[in-house]
Design a protein around this ligand. Sequence first.
Ligand code: NAD
Ligand code: APR
Length: 257
Amino acid sequence: MSDLQVVAAALRRARHVVVFTGAGVSAESGIPTFRDALSGLWQRFDPGDLATAEAFRRDPALVWGWYEWRRAQVLKARPNPAHQAIAALARQVPKLTLVTQNVDDLHERAGSSEVIHLHGSLHAPRCFACARPFAGLAADPQEPAAGRRLEPPRCPHCGGRVRPGVVWFGEELPAQALQQAFAAAGECDLLLSVGTSGVVYPAARIPQLALESGALLVHVNPQAAAAEGAREYWLGGAAGLVLPQLLAQAFAGDVVG
Ligand code: NAD
Ligand code: APR
């Protein structure tokens, strides 16, 4: 049997599947990843200038403008067949937990619900001073070019600057989201790790925890993943191609995507 057939058979038998996604699942929607060789955001920008609380204190307009540039990209993007296949998978297995590191809403727009966002969301800004959610985001952000400064809005409650609702380097992840993700990884039969380089902790601990708890761990990524042992597989390729193939193989006549 091919690896795809082995994984498809395991998917058919699974009671509880965890899907853990990173920036790669949105790559085919035109959203840049962080560490891809040429197009990765951290190849083009210094996270120290943009993705830390210190950077926001130092230059709030630069940070706010950069995240509004990213939010404009997300609003223009559409879910791709990988997002659609994950939403379809939830209708095929008894239980599916979707955990994402991504700050876009493409899983939700593809029909997934109860998405666990470990690194927050571009659509959930809050006040940097009083932490109250900010509801005044422009529906179509001024098209800031990457690197163009944009003064962040002010909090209507305390006048503090509004910050992006994402988890920055050095910040804690939302405790409840992380706890839910760890619990699901600890009791699932199969974890699909889709489009992540697996270098950022504590999120990167999740696939390892599933494997240690006896689940099958399957990496979906064009970049080769070190799939050691009998319970770890790498399905090489773009998620938008591999996931629809996997679902078709597992659930026969199902129309996916
Ligand atoms: P870390 O902050 O030491 O960062 C590790 C990696 O992130 C580095 O190897 C580099 O790739 C990048 N990085 C972080 N700060 C940088 C800087 N100032 N300049 C250049 N590169 C930088 O540790 P961590 O594990 O990445 O993150 C610690 C906390 O921050 C965790 O709670 C994590 O979830 C959160 N976080 C991290 C990232 C990230 O990309 N590292 C993204 C969102 C949230
Ligand atoms: N399908 C599947 N995987 C893909 C595709 C694709 N079409 N295109 C790229 N990839 C893979 C790359 O090979 C890489 O392994 O997606 C992965 C993206 O890795 P990163 O850019 O490091 O993104 P991610 O793993 O999500 O980063 C984790 O780091 O900076 C932070 O907050 C940021 O949440 C992010 C975290």
